[in-house]
Design a binder for this molecule. Structure first.
Ligand code: DX5
Ligand code: ZN
Length: 217
């Protein structure tokens, strides 16, 4: 599958989100980190901001829900028009139902795993998802150091996805930069979230192309 880059607006200026979206016309997705200060120790934005962003950009939104009650909220993001909605396995109480509701509302359904959450228990859910997100930092903040400890799991996830026909995209999120993206690509990731590496750069669109080139190598 072609490499996809999903810049995270968590590292952008929250008072200028439309401009942040416009600054990356070459992005495949815009990654939107929804945090509730319960599942993670940080608070960001929610459905109203996503609804406004949907009107402000034609780039599809990749909504990453780091919230305690994704079963309650995830379908609403899909119904609002998000292109992709990802819920955390550690938080969802009824993941199969919620993932099906996301798909039924017309969005891609994603399942996210924290660094210490093993992938094997979720093998039987691969048919229910369009994307598996492996966190490469502990979720909650941008600008953290990439956790190499996740790479063996990424390789195992690649093998599991391939054995199921390879329809599931494999996303990495956290500490992805020009220094780490090649390791992720080599281990099997095909969708790359990057916050500080894109919005911390002088030219965010150019940073995306540099990341893409490194991942395609
Ligand atoms: C962290 C978020 C990430 C974050 C990544 O919990 O899920 O999407 O924005 O930021 P960087 O790329 O700076 O690590
Ligand atoms: Zn994220």
């Amino acid at each position: 599958m072609a490499v996809q880059i999903s810049p995270s607006i968590l590292s952008a200026d929250f008072a200028r989100l439309a401009e942040a979206a416009a600054a990356v016309p070459n992005a495949d997705w815009l990654h939107v980190d929804v945090m509730d200060n319960h599942f993670v120790p940080n608070l960001t934005l929610g459905l109203p901001v996503v609804e406004s962003l949907l009107k402000a950009t034609s780039t599809p939104l990749d909504c990453h829900l780091m919230i305690e009650d994704p079963d309650r909220w995830a379908p609403a993001y899909a119904e609002a028009g998000a292109g992709s909605v990802t819920i955390h396995a550690e938080a969802a109480k009824a993941p199969v139902r919620t993932l099906r509701q996301i798909r039924a509302a017309g969005a891609r359904a994603g399942l996210a795993l924290n660094p210490a959450t093993p992938v094997e228990p979720y093998e039987d859910l691969l048919g229910e998802i369009d994307m598996l997100l492996l966190m490469t930092v502990e979720p909650g903040f941008g600008g953290q150091k990439f956790l190499d400890v996740v790479l063996p799991k990424l390789r195992r996830a690649r093998a599991l996805v391939d054995s199921h026909g390879g329809q599931v995209w494999l996303q990495v999120d956290g500490g992805v930069s020009a220094e780490t993206i090649e390791r992720c690509a080599e281990a099997g990731a095909d969708v790359f979230v990057a916050g500080s590496a894109v919005y911390g750069a002088e030219d965010p669109a150019r940073a995306i192309e540099e990341l893409r080139t490194l991942a395609e190598k």
